[in-house]
Design a binder for this molecule. Structure first.
Ligand code: GLA
Length: 735
């Protein structure tokens, strides 16, 4: 019997049963194409042998070698979850101070069990213990077969009989060995989120992290690619994709040690986050979401998109509506007629959901007419909207649209009734003055009374009309001078973790009470975009920068990890309000149509020709929407590659249709043509190609013609899009 079959039998036999004996077989966490192999060494250490492409057979020598060699230094036998103690001198996954003051922990294998938790989903729990201290560290690996995703988290339980101090409790550790390592990560600021950097890692430590608590992903995202032996390529090479599912402070550490090994540790940021457990208490980490591809980063993206759509996104099987959001079209300067006019126009142009953004609440001196007042007072502004929200929502429904509304329930303006009545609910550091950002403070979500308030706010806002079917949840500042009046003095460092746990409790309660409502995740744009928040939301706002040229880059980076179905992408006016840049309406639509299409403008400002184009483009989007929202993404030309073009394709799961997008990012000269090969088609099939959103003449010479799949994928196509703001959208259909 092949070793693999034997192992499968062993695992099957053990499903649901704890395996208490010291195991000599490898512990394998596998998906259709990948696997993690761990073994228990003679000294009881749980050794991390391998994560990568699935073997035909797990090589018995690999596991034997580690099992029998002594644990004698950092360069040897990496542990699956290194705790500080013994020979561990790298950044550890776990760092504890025990009740007796000892700083060292030795984790030894105790037991494991394998449970099938769903169709193609298996959970492997591995329990580690310290022979000297009564603690238990359980690792949870959940493997998703067809998506080739493995998530990892850890739970620490204190049974020491005294106070256990956690200085670091990571979600994951991954040791890798290669000649060179290339990290793709992101930096940014408001309106410039997700700027991609790829760099070679060298000996030493590189960390990507946030200490902002709220808006944790504005300056960097907890998602990365790690490519072995060269920069990440699209369709070849070993690439790991990782993303932490946590909407608070995080830290990803990449440490190339003296032996050339890359040690990746990821989890909640340990910065100012010492956490205490009384005896009998446990702390569970967020999940790290991993995928591996030996076919480049394209497959990493497709794996993660499938996983998100199948397991981590609200209403993921539902087509997303075309939205008109009121923000850039009206800001806070509106009355009832402004909004009903917008709804009327939205209906005429083919929009399916109208969203009323900021500015509808607060009264009297605290009316929300600018960002100086009103946050916290979630009552309808009776001057602007005398007949309330229900009147507007009913108007939308009458016109065939759905209705949505904006809230920012974690925040409070000093100028609000809430700030006056509950000063104790506001995040602050002792007696220090509270700093304002955008004239607002943050409510302390570690406090259950504040959690109740936020849940009630959501309930009350929805109660304004039975016809509210969408909420845009915003959070427009980050944490400064952290501190909580609710937490005791010796537990202030619990703030960061408890805030995010409080937020998740709130989301859980809201989702339980309002399962049908669509919720958009927004935080001054993409400042809170991570795998943890995603499961409560239907979509996210990637950036307040709606300038199409910038959006190409922002969406390209975002879609490395997060799928188009959730990427709200709105056509705004020209010149663009953030950048002042002018771009043709076609270009703006061609960019927005590669995500979840919406509008972010005053429809009245479109002239007759633009109106006609927009109406047709929206109708066209509805036809290709299933391919964009549920299809497989193939990147063809990378906006970062310096060629001045960007291009990608979505291919329907059944392979019969595809949509192709190409954008010129600069002027290329008269005689330079865009050229690319298509991907994901069947070489043996014939495809008719139709150009969409055509303006004056087609940019594709073969518009309406039929081409063999192997021609399209080997010779490819060329397009006349050499000018600034030229773009092409093609519909590719099997005949
Ligand atoms: C943030 C959001 C915008 C808009 C404004 C309203 O900046 O990202 O889309 O909702 O707040 O104040």
């Amino acid at each position: 019997m092949k070793l693999r079959n034997y192992l499968l039998l062993t695992l099957t036999a053990s499903i649901g049963l704890p395996m208490m004996a010291k195991t000599s077989s490898p512990i394998i966490v596998s998906t259709d194409d990948t696997e993690i192999v761990m073994t228990v060494a003679e000294n009881g250490n749980l050794v991390y042998n391998y994560y990568g492409k699935k073997f035909n057979n797990v090589n018995p020598y690999l596991t034997k070698q580690y099992r029998e060699q002594p644990d004698n230094g950092a360069g040897f036998a990496p542990q699956a979850y290194p705790a500080y103690g013994g020979f561990v001198t790298i950044t550890p996954a776990l760092k504890l101070v025990h009740a007796d003051g000892s700083h060292t922990t030795h984790l030894k294998y105790d037991s494991h069990k394998v449970t099938k938790t769903g169709d193609g989903v298996t959970r492997t729990d591995i329990c580690l213990k310290d022979p000297l201290y009564n603690i238990a560290l359980t690792l949870f690996y959940t493997s998703y077969d067809k998506e080739n995703v493995i998530t990892e988290s850890a739970m620490l339980t204190n049974n020491e009989g005294g106070l256990l101090t956690i200085e670091n409790l990571a979600s994951t550790y991954l040791p890798l060995h290669a000649d060179s390592y290339y990290l793709t990560h992101f930096h940014g600021v408001w309106a410039t989120e997700m700027q991609l950097v790829e760099e070679q890692l060298h000996p030493g430590i590189k960390s990507v992290e946030s200490k902002r608590g709220v808006q944790a992903t504005q300056t960097a995202n907890p998602a990365f690619l790690l490519s072995l032996n060269g920069p990440a390529r699209e369709d070849s090479g070993d690439v790991y994709g990782g993303a932490l599912a946590w909407s608070g402070n995080y830290k990803l550490t990449f440490e190339q040690d003296e032996c050339g090994r890359m040690n990746v540790v990821g989890g909640v940021n340990d910065f100012a986050s010492t956490y205490h457990l009384n005896t009998g208490e446990s702390l569970t980490t967020p999940e790290m979401v991993w995928t591996f591809s030996n076919e480049g980063r394209g497959k990493v993206s497709r794996n993660l998109h499938d996983w998100i759509r199948n397991h981590a996104l609200a209403h993921a099987d539902m087509e997303r509506p075309v939205v008109l959001n009121s923000w850039e079209g009206a800001y806070m300067n509106f009355d009832e007629k402004t909004i009903t006019d917008m709804i009327d126009d939205a209906a005429k142009i083919g929009v399916e959901m109208f969203v009323l953004d900021d500015g509808w609440f607060g009264n009297g001196e605290y009316a929300r007419n600018s960002d100086h007042a009103g946050l916290g007072d979630w009552q309808v502004n009776t001057q602007k909207l005398p007949r309330g929200i229900d009147y507007l929502a009913k108007h939308a429904v009458k016109k065939g649209l759905k209705f949505g509304i904006w809230i920012e329930p974690e925040m409070v303006n000093p100028k609000s009734q809430l700030a006056e009545s509950h000063p104790e609910w506001i995040v602050k550091s002792g007696d220090r003055d509270k700093l304002q950002i955008r004239q607002q403070w943050i409510l302390d979500l570690t406090n259950p009374a504040v959690q109740d308030f936020v849940v009630k706010t959501f309930d009350d806002v929805l109660a304004l009309s039975p016809d509210i079917s969408y909420v845009k949840w915003d959070a427009n500042r980050f944490v400064t001078d952290f501190g909580s009046e609710y937490l005791p003095a010796d537990r202030q460092s619990h703030f960061w973790i408890d805030y995010t746990k409080g937020l998740y409790d709130v989301y859980d309660r809201i989702r339980a009470a309002h399962p049908e409502v669509m919720i958009q995740l927004c935080s001054s744009g993409g400042a809170r975009l991570d795998m943890g928040a995603l499961k409560y939301h239907d979509e996210f706002w990637t950036s307040d920068n709606t300038n199409s040229l910038d959006r190409i880059r922002i969406q390209n980076s975002t879609n490395l990890f997060y799928p188009a179905i959730a990427t709200a992408s709105h056509v705004s006016t020209s010149p663009n309000h953030q950048t002042g840049m002018m771009a043709p309406l076609k270009y703006r639509f061609d960019v927005a149509m590669s995500g979840r299409l919406g509008l972010e403008l005053q429809p009245k400002h479109l002239n007759e020709e633009e109106w006609g184009f927009a109406k047709e483009a929206i109708a066209t989007y509805k036809k290709i929407r299933p391919i964009v929202q549920f299809g497989d993404l193939y990147r063809l030309k990378n906006p970062e590659d310096g060629t001045g073009w960007a291009s990608h394709q979505y291919v329907a799961k059944d392979g019969k249709e595809a949509v192709f997008f190409a954008y010129s990012l600069k002027y290329h000269g008269r005689t330079t043509f865009f050229q690319t090969r298509l991907k994901g088609l069947d070489p043996n099939k014939q495809y008719r190609i139709t150009e969409l959103n055509k303006k004056d003449w087609p940019s594709f010479y073969g518009d309406g013609k039929v081409f063999p799949g192997d021609y399209l994928m080997n010779e490819g196509i060329s397009l006349g899009i050499g000018n600034n703001f030229d773009s092409t959208v093609l519909h590719i259909q099997e005949i």
